[in-house]
Ligand binder design. Sequence first.
Ligand code: FMN
Length: 287
Amino acid sequence: MSVPILNASGCLDAIAAPEVAETLDVFVTKTVTPLPREGNPPPRFAETEVGMLNSIGLQNPGIDAFVEKHLPRLAALSAPVWVSVGGFSADDYSLLCARLDSRDDVAAIELNLSCPNVEEAPETTAELTAAARAATSKTLYAKLSPAAWDVAETARAVADAGADGLTLVNTIRGLALERALVPKLARGAGGYSGPALRPIALACVHACAAAVDLPIVGMGGVSSGRDALDLVAAGASAIGLGTILFSDPFAAVRVRAELSAAAASLGCESPAELRARALEPVTSSKA
Ligand SMILES: Cc1cc2nc3c(=O)[nH]c(=O)nc-3n(C[C@H](O)[C@H](O)[C@H](O)COP(=O)(O)O)c2cc1C
C-alpha cells in the first residue's frame, strides 16, 4: 500500500494546470462557500524569512457556479476530486454537503473548519461536522487548525460527530511588517504556511493519531520525501503539498520518489510500513 499524495486546498488550480493535477493521487479543490466571494483586498501574499503569509479570504465562485462550471471540468481529471467546503454557520456546511451528496464526480468532501482569514462560525467544529454528516453520506475529512489549544480533543470531537478522516493542518495566523512598520498584508495578519509550519504539523498529526483511529492527511511545510516520511511516522496515511507547489509545481513526482527512497534507506519496501512508527513506545535493547 502506498502513501497517496494530494495537493493542499487552495494551492493548485487544476483547471489552469491540469498537467500538475495529473501528478497527484487526489485533487483537492479550493474551498467553496455557498455564495461567491471576492476574498480580501490586496496585497494578499507576503514572503517571510521561512514561509509565506496569505490572506486570500476564501475567494471562490460560490457553490452554484462551482457545480455547474468547474466540477464537470475537474471530473475530466484522472485523479479523484475532493471538494473543500467552508462557511459561516452549520447551515452553510449542511447546504454545501447536501448539494454535493448526489454527485458521482465528488470522491470526498473536506470540511474547512479552520480558515484563519475569515470570521468564524458561531458553532463548534464538532457541531459543524455533525451538520455536514447529517447532510451527506460522502466521505468527510475535517480540516483542523494547528492553533487549537488541544487539537487531539478537537479530533475526538469531530470523530464522534461523524468525520471519516482528518486533514492536518491548515495555516496558522501570522503577521509580517514592512520596513515602515505597517503590515505587509492589507488585512493585517494572515495564514502562515511553509517550512516553519512543519514541526507544528508534525506535533498535531502525532497527537491526533494517538487520539483517534481515523486516516490523516498530513500537511504543513512538506517540501521533500523526508518531510513526508516524518508525517507518516507521526501517523499520517496521506500527504498534502501546499506552499511548495508555488515554487515547484511538479513536486509531487519528486516527493513520491524521495519518500520511497527514504523508506528504503530504513529497510522498508513501502513508506506505509512506517506509518505511526513515532507513536510506538521506545524499547531499550539491553540484551
Ligand atoms: C495561497 C493559499 C491558499 C489557501 N487556501 C486554502 C483554502 O481555500 N482552503 C483550505 O482549507 N486551506 C487553504 N490553504 C491552506 C493549505 O491548504 C495548507 O493547509 C497550508 O498551506 C499548510 O500547508 P503548506 O505549509 O504545505 O502550504 C491555503 C494556503 C495557501 C498558501
